[in-house]
Design a protein around this ligand. Sequence first.
Ligand code: NDP
Ligand code: HSE
Length: 437
Amino acid sequence: MNPVKVGLLGLGTVGGGTVSVLKRNAQEIQRRAGRGIEVVIATARDINKPRSFDTSGIELTSDPAAVVNHPDVEVVVELIGGTDLAFEMVMAAINGGKHVVTANKALIAKHGNEIFAAAQQKGVMVAFEAAVAGGIPVIKAIREGLAGNQIQWLAGIINGTGNFILTEMRDKGRDFADVLAEAQALGYAEADPTFDVEGIDAGHKLTILASIAFGIPLQFDKCFTEGITKITREDVSYAEELGYRIKHLGVARRTAEGVELRVHPTLIPERRLIANVDGVMNAVLVKGDAVGPTLYYGAGAGAEPTASAVVADLVDVVRVLTADPENRVPHLAFQPGALADTQILPVDAIKTAYYLRLEAADKAGVLADVTRILADAGISIEAMIQKEPAEGATTVPVIMLTHRISEGQMNAAIAKIEALVSITGKVTRIRLETLAA
Ligand code: NDP
Ligand code: HSE
């Protein structure tokens, strides 16, 4: 049989990895897919830029539409990034009756509902395994491997750049900006790295995971996102004293009231496997009612790990090219007409435990004022440490761990604590999850 002809949008980190893996593993891939997979045309902004991979046999063009409209191309692989041109090209491909593979989580999180509806109508596939957690086949695992379960919650380290930065800062005492620059040089970071460090990229990925886990439409606009930029070395070391690690976590949980969808730095007990996932590695913990907790681990970013997922999607597309569209695995795991309208909870309604750090005047009665505010709000304290004042300082750092309480109640208590004259500056608050099975 003739090889399946692929058009590639983007020859950057992931595009390059995809070309290399397809060439290097061509025979193995053909044995799996039943047909060869051949990139016939590819686009980049600058087609004369020297590339570190072999583009021989591929027609290069700076016109993305030429890739999508190429008469031989049956599958378009979108690896340009962003949500404007990428959306336009993906919709053009679908409308032209071509299958699509993409690694673009921003595109799927923001426009996925529209893209999947168009794909459904045209009977083509849109595959996006590489969009979440790089090389880890977590979408396939949840969508297919856990299809017999009611997923109760999932929690993941789903941004490689952020985890790389936190790990290097903790283990080597390196500066934030310095590690971010290295992550960019290694090809891990987004074109706009604020997406990585402000939690937006993780929010895109969590939005996708939640839809697949709970059978709800994609709703990135309702995802709460907080990044890693405010984490200090002090908080990392106080957390360690208390037996916790600080990780940037995406958490999606089904509750009786609705779905929690939130991304933020989180204290995790250091004995949990996921607390020990370091560097660019990602991990997603998924709790199903039948299977219990399951953990998926691997490289969350980088050229070939991500290409691994892109190529797996290509193999899937090739395998089902002739299958009846109605019998294919649905994009969001649940049949399109069976998506639920379960509400995404506002952040004030989510419940979690907290780490609080405050600077208190070094005099009697101050802690009693703080604990009274917490008690009046129904917030109980799990642990508390008071540090020695620094040389010549008049305030002392006080660190507390609380039991679970709603974000709204905690916000009100923090506002009262910050209003005390004996408290200096803002209260640092980091959410805490025990992730107990
Ligand atoms: P890069 O910036 O490395 O590559 C983007 C590619 O698209 C480049 O080849 C660029 O051309 C080309 N391009 C951009 N704009 C145009 C345009 N207007 N016309 C033609 N070509 C264009 O990005 P990545 O490979 O890192 O990321 C690609 C996608 O994969 C993104 O959606 C990203 O979020 C996602 N992703 C990335 C991962 C990673 O580890 N990097 C992991 C998982 C997903 P030129 O080379 O000339 O600049
Ligand atoms: N910038 C992303 C990350 C790429 O660091 O996780 C992988 O999606």
